[in-house]
Design a protein around this ligand. Sequence first.
Ligand SMILES: NC(=O)C1=CN([C@@H]2O[C@H](COP(=O)(O)OP(=O)(O)OC[C@H]3O[C@@H](n4cnc5c(N)ncnc54)[C@H](OP(=O)(O)O)[C@@H]3O)[C@@H](O)[C@H]2O)C=CC1
Ligand SMILES: CC(=O)N[C@@H](CCC(=O)OP(=O)(O)O)C(=O)O
Length: 311
Amino acid sequence: MTRVFIDGAAGTTGLEIHDRLAQRSEFELLTLPDNRRKDIAARREALNEADIAILCLPDDAAREAIALIDAASGTRVIDASSAYRTADGWTYGFPELVGEDVVANATRVSNPGCYPTGFLALVAPLVRGGLLPADWPYTVNAVSGYSGGGKALIERFEAAEAPAFRAYGYDLAHKHLPEMQTYAGLDHPVLFAPSVGSAFRGMIVEVPLHLGAMPNNPHSDQLRNALISFYDGSEVVTVQENRQVGELLLEPTAAPSDALKLSVFGNEGGWNARLVAQLDNLGKGASGAAVQNLNLMCGLPQTSGLRLSDA
Ligand SMILES: NC(=O)C1=CN([C@@H]2O[C@H](COP(=O)(O)OP(=O)(O)OC[C@H]3O[C@@H](n4cnc5c(N)ncnc54)[C@H](OP(=O)(O)O)[C@@H]3O)[C@@H](O)[C@H]2O)C=CC1
Ligand SMILES: CC(=O)N[C@@H](CCC(=O)OP(=O)(O)O)C(=O)O
C-alpha cells in the first residue's frame, strides 16, 4: 500500500484530495492532528515517512516542505503550488502533454495551474503541430469559480457583501504566465485577463484568435480536427465536434468534475476562432490532476477515482 501524506490537507485543494484518497484501498493516508498540521517537526516526520507527499500549500510553505524532505527518504512529491512549475529537476504534471510515462517515472511533479491547464490543452498541441505560430501575441480571457483563490477568496465570496464578479491581474504579471509560455513553446508571454464569478467551482478559459491575420491562415476546422486527433483515446480530455452553443455558463452549484472539455468555435469564413476550455478548477485544475498523477506514479490506471461522468 502506498503511504501518502497531504501537507495542507485542511485547505481547499487538500481536503478534496483527502476525501478521494480516503475511499481508495491502494493508499494509506498519513495524517496530522489539527493542532500539529503546521508544526515543522510533525510535518518533517510525515513528509519523510510518506512514499508520496502531495503539497497543497501556498508557494512559500511548499518550498519549506521540499527543504524538510531528506534525500535518503526517497519520498516522491506532487506539488499543487506554483513554486516549481518551470524549475529544473521538476516534471510538469500534465500527462497528456509531457507523456504519461514521464509523469509515471518522475520523483518531483509540479501540477499545472488551473488556468494554464485550459490554455495549454488548447494551444500547446496546435503550436507543436505547426498550426498556430509560436511567435503570435496570444491573449487569454478566463473566468474562474471563487474556490480557485482558496480559503481566503471563498470567505470573501461567501460573505454578506460579496462581489458579483471580480476582474484582476492588472499588473500583467500573473504567476501563471511563465508556465503558459514555457509549455506552449511561445516566443512571448501571453496577455492574460483572469476573473472570478460567483460560482464555487468551474472555469471557462478562452483564447480568441484572428486566424485570417496569421501567416499560415489556418481554418478553425483544421484546429478542431488537430485537437480531436491529439486527444484521441483520452478519457479526461474531450474535444467537442462542431459544437454550436449560444452561451456557456458557470453553474453556481456545479458538481465536481475531473473532465476537461475543449471546443473550437469558428465563424463562417474561418477568419476568426474562439478556442474554449471548460474545467473544474478543483478537478483537472488541481485535485483531479493530483489524483491522476498519483495514479500514474503508482502504476495504477490513471483515471482511477476520477469523476468523468460529464466528459
Ligand atoms: N484552489 C484552486 O483551485 C487551486 C489551487 N492551487 C494551488 O494549491 C495550493 C493550495 O491552494 P488552496 O487549497 O486553494 O489554498 P487554501 O488557502 O484553501 O489552503 C492552503 C492550506 O495550507 C495551509 N498552510 C498554510 N501554510 C502552511 C504551513 N506553513 N504548513 C502547513 N500548512 C499550511 C493553510 O492553513 P490554514 O487552514 O490554517 O489557512 C490551508 O489549510 C496553492 O499553492 C494554490 O495556488 C492550484 C490549482 C488550483
Ligand atoms: C481565482 C484565483 O484567484 N485563482 C488563482 C489561481 C489558482 C491556481 O491555479 O492556483 P495556482 O496559482 O497554484 O496555480 C489566482 O489567480 O492566483
